[in-house]
Design a protein around this ligand. Structure first.
Ligand code: NDP
Length: 294
């Protein structure tokens, strides 16, 4: 391995510590804790793990956590009513509705009902629009976490060639917008892209957000490039009946060529919740018309 390891776990820990300091300062000034509400519909096991983890980390950062666990058969109207009540609740600064939702509920309708000022996930079209035109708003947590890691490693990104593989609303598209704002030359690749290995070989920065285990190979990587692996894929492990997590990048191959690379697990994954807490705190300071300390 020649690449430096980008330690997202350590970076996220530092970010959470900073958030905890800011949360304490907020409470002292505003006379209340910053609050994050998480809504979970149904019993999807992965979602339950995420929601538990979000709740724990919110409390650990000195913020208030409001969990709303609703049965899988909750109607869309009832869910929208819960979101409306959270929009109106002054103790709630951030609202996160855990996706995916059961099939009978229209996700876009739910996201559209969250107040853009409490949309700390950054999924509302108003926040997507703000990002696209360069206005302050909430940016989706995973791509914002990727950008923080990139800037920490590389400093100024201006003029670098970046290839984002994946064009989802949650990761790929906002990632591309963030990199454009940093003056990178950005290519967005997806399932219809021709000659993907060649496209990736141009990149000083590769962001893989595909959802295909170890798809990006070492010989696709330009020597010295920085590789950010967003993928979280569970695959069969070496032992019978055991599984392990891998990214969208073939780590062994890519780390022999890249200049720096995020591991999976321990790279981008831990950043997402840390950024979510940060976004919630930003919302709390805004709601109370207080200046967020630098
Ligand atoms: P989506 O399934 O929404 O999007 C996947 C994208 O990859 C699509 O744009 C798709 O193209 C593209 N794609 C699929 N196959 C190929 C291919 N063979 N070649 C090139 N592009 C392809 O996924 P998400 O963006 O939500 O997530 C991506 C990955 O990131 C997943 O592994 C997910 O688990 C992980 N993730 C991790 C998070 C974290 O906290 N670290 C948070 C969110 C996601 P097309 O549009 O043409 O179909």
């Amino acid at each position: 391995m020649t690449a430096q390891l980008i330690d997202g776990k350590a970076f996220a820990e530092g970010l959470r510590e900073r958030v905890a300091e800011l949360a304490a300062a907020f409470e002292a000034k505003a006379g209340r804790k910053a609050g994050l509400a998480v809504v979970l519909v149904g019993e999807d096991p992965a979602s339950q793990v995420y929601v538990r983890s979000k709740g724990k980390q919110t409390v650990a950062a000195g913020m208030a956590s409001f969990e709303h666990k609703l049965p899988a058969e909750t109607s869309e109207a009832d869910l929208l009513a819960v979101v409306e009540s959270l929009n109106a609740d002054p103790a709630v600064d951030g609202i996160l509705v855990q996706l995916p939702l059961p099939k009978h509920i229209d996700e876009q309708k739910v996201i559209a009902t969250i107040s853009p000022d409490k949309d700390v996930d950054g999924f509302h079209v108003v926040n997507a629009g703000r990002l696209a035109v360069g206005l302050p708003g909430y940016v989706p947590c995973t791509p914002l976490g990727c950008l923080m890691l990139l800037k920490d490693k590389l400093g100024d990104l201006s003029g670098l060639d970046a290839v984002v593989i994946g064009r989802s609303n949650i990761v790929g598209k906002p990632m591309a917008q963030l990199l454009i704002a940093e003056s990178c030359t950005v290519t967005v690749a997806h399932s219809r892209t021709k000659n993907l290995p060649e496209v990736v070989r141009r990149a000083d920065i590769v962001i893989a957000a595909v959802g295909r285990p170890e798809m990006v190979k070492g010989d696709w990587i330009k020597p010295g490039a920085t590789v950010i692996d967003v993928g979280i894929n569970r695959v069969p492990g070496a032992e019978e009946g055991k599984t392990r997590l891998v990214g969208d990048v073939d780590f062994a191959g890519a780390s022999a060529v890249a200049g720096a690379i995020t591991p999976v697990p321990g790279g981008v994954g831990p950043m997402t919740i840390a950024v979510l807490l940060r976004n919630t705190l930003v919302s709390a300071y805004r709601a109370s018309a207080l200046d967020l300390p630098a």
